[in-house]
Design a protein around this ligand. Structure first.
Ligand code: ADP
Ligand code: MG
Length: 272
């Protein structure tokens, strides 16, 4: 039936890197908005107690009463926590309460599966579900990786920015061995990219070689307009013509062509 084929198609992508400031949240908000603008049904999940994704999508975490925290602990139904956003995506918001979820979940059996279980009840309503992981490799990121079909790793193209990649890849391998054998490592999303320097390109080539990882194309250029938009809490795609959102739209299109039509992912190796 239509419903069954739709269920099978829902794609869950985790965006993870234990390093902060590499544009995980910006990537989730931007890809989410771009996919929604393509008339796809999109759910984004804020797994960071800081609530940056929630805030950047126009919701004040301090005013949210039911959040991902209650959902993970089984104290609320996921549908009661979902909110709509101006960018056309549905949001499962986070509040600072989530900082306590780590400790509370640790005492529970099956703690890595809490998000997966909650998402299973609404997945059929969405084409794509994007998970914004916090800057750690704790139980919240493990929930994200356990619930996901695929994981993408945003990486700032600076010399030392990829120091933690090995550790993240080991966590992905452990998740594949224990809680989610089907998890696929999609590759690196180059962020805050400065195409004018050969340095950025060298770092990418080095990371790609060293960890044998695909580098998704196009890289997301550093744009001043981006920082302004997220600081004001305005729509991430508000500056629709800036180079950053343009790159995210192209990346989103590539991802959807890959998921929906089975096209090979566009990677940097393929384009240079
Ligand atoms: P993370 O979720 O990994 O901590 P964020 O998405 O919050 O990272 O981004 C960190 C900071 O970098 C934010 O202030 C954000 O506005 C800024 N930023 C993200 N992407 C870009 C970009 N392409 N150009 C300029 N600033 C960016
Ligand atoms: Mg973030």
């Amino acid at each position: 039936s239509l419903l069954t084929s739709r269920l099978a198609m829902t794609k869950v992508l985790a965006v993870a890197n234990q390093k902060g400031g590499v544009a995980k949240t910006t990537t989730v908000a931007s890809i989410g908005a771009a996919l929604a603008a393509m008339d796809l049904s999109v759910l984004v999940v804020d797994l960071d107690p800081q609530g940056s994704l929630t805030f950047s999508l126009g919701h004040d975490p301090d005013l949210i009463t039911t959040s991902v925290h209650e959902v993970l602990l089984g104290e609320a139904d996921i549908v009661d926590a979902l909110v709509s956003t101006e960018d056309g995506v549905t949001l499962l918001p986070a509040t600072i309460d989530l900082a306590g979820a780590e400790a509370l979940l640790l005492m529970r059996p099956g703690r890595e599966y809490a998000l997966k279980r909650a998402l299973a009840t609404v997945a059929q309503d969405y084409d794509v579900i994007l998970l914004d992981c916090p800057p750690s490799l704790g139980v919240l990121t493990l929930n994200g990786l356990t619930a996901a079909d695929e994981v993408a790793v945003p990486l700032q193209c600076e010399t030392l920015a990829h120091r933690g990649v090995g550790q993240l890849l080991r966590t992905v391998t452990e998740v594949q061995q224990i809680t989610n054998p089907d998890l696929r490592l999609l590759g690196v999303i180059p962020t805050l990219y400065d195409a004018r320097t050969t340095h950025s390109r060298d770092v990418l080539a080095d990371v790609s070689d060293r960890y044998d990882l695909p580098v998704l194309s196009p890289p997301i250029p550093r744009t001043v307009r981006f920082a302004e938009a997220s600081a004001s809490g305005a729509s991430v795609m508000a500056g629709r013509k800036n180079k950053g959102s343009q790159a995210y739209r192209e990346l989103s299109d590539n991802l959807w062509q890959h998921w929906d039509a089975g096209k090979p992912l566009v990677t940097l190796e393929a384009t240079v």
